[in-house]
Design a protein around this ligand. Structure first.
Ligand SMILES: [Mg+2]
Length: 310
């Protein structure tokens, strides 16, 4: 049985390494991705890597925003979306929680919301558009599940609130909530964590709610629909669920990247869950050694472990 501390550390490193591993493969079609044996921080020479100026082992917006959320939760002692919004602006403007302070990747919807926040729009409405169905709030939400000690209902509610800062669409909120429950149940060592999370979220929403209808008609969590590696929030969740069929952390993140397209985010979302499932010791040593920016997260991770394991 993997210990709680190892699962928490595995979740944080798992998401950051998945993101960093996926960065050079982003935007490529599935058919262009190298065989899994060749997927590493440095792609094979023949591969036309994305983000050529970024050193191998660098996390992108996904990892940075996840750490922004974590630091906000730890400093505020609760989810304070105005504080979180202010720190997102800080990331965008000064590279807070970015490796080398360098912001080289920002989603369209997230960029729009951050520019509104900068103009003084409240965090509760900054992400309110019909288009907000990308994976930008899902990719950074995992620290909420790792940090949270409240009830499942409170976790689901906070996951919704976390999303609305940039992605106000109900579908994005629901995917964040389902992912957080999935992460929580994996953290608790439940074997059927996805299935139990789906059962619980249906119970929390109740059959007569808009959330339940959106869950059943748009997210369709009971159906076996394989993901396509795209930036659509539901597809990212399906891609992660598909990749999680693999047995080891390494196989999960490589499978996520093998889908092509939004490789860093798919591997980040899947890698976070795989890191929780398999624990810190399951993450390959070469990737831990070569991950850049580790000095940024040491103190935050220590605070998180102290908070959860004391
Ligand atoms: Mg990214």
């Amino acid at each position: 049985m993997v210990k709680l501390k190892e699962r928490i550390e595995g979740g944080v490193y798992g998401l950051l390494i998945g993101d960093a591993l996926g960065v050079p493969y982003e935007f490529h079609a599935q058919t262009e991705i190298p065989p899994v044996s060749e997927i590493e921080f440095t792609p094979p020479d023949y591969f036309d890597r994305s983000h050529k100026t970024i050193a191998p082992g660098t996390w992108s917006d996904d990892g940075a925003q996840a750490l922004v959320l974590l630091s906000s939760l730890l400093d505020c002692g609760r989810l304070d979306i105005d504080n979180f919004g202010t720190r997102l602006v800080d990331w965008y403007e000064t590279g807070y929680m970015a490796v080398d302070g360098n912001v080289f990747d920002v989603g369209i919807q997230t960029g729009q919301a951050i520019r509104k926040l900068r103009l003084g729009v409240k965090a509760a409405i900054a992400g309110q558009t019909e288009q907000a169905k990308g994976n930008g709030s899902l990719m950074r939400v995992l620290p909420l599940a790792l940090w949270h000690k409240g009830s499942d209902e409170q976790l689901v509610n906070d996951a919704h609130q976390q999303s609305v800062v940039t992605h106000g669409h109900l579908r994005s909120q629901i995917c964040c909530a389902l992912y957080c429950l999935w992460a929580r149940y994996t953290l608790e060592g439940k074997a059927n964590s996805w299935k139990e999370a789906v059962t619980k979220i249906k119970e929390i929403y109740g059959q007569d709610s808009d959330e339940y209808a959106e869950l059943m008609w748009a997210v369709r969590p009971d159906d076996s629909i394989d993901g396509q590696g795209s930036g659509y929030v539901v597809d990212t969740l399906r891609s992660a669920k598909w990749a999680m069929k693999k047995n080891t952390y390494e196989e999960v993140v490589k499978a996520a990247i093998s889908l092509g397209r939004d490789t860093d985010t798919t591997a980040c979302v899947a890698g976070g869950i795989a890191g929780i499932r398999d624990g810190m010791k399951a993450i390959p040593k070469r990737w831990l050694a070569d991950l850049r920016g580790k000095d940024i997260l040491y103190s935050e991770l220590q605070k998180l472990v102290d908070w959860r394991c004391r």
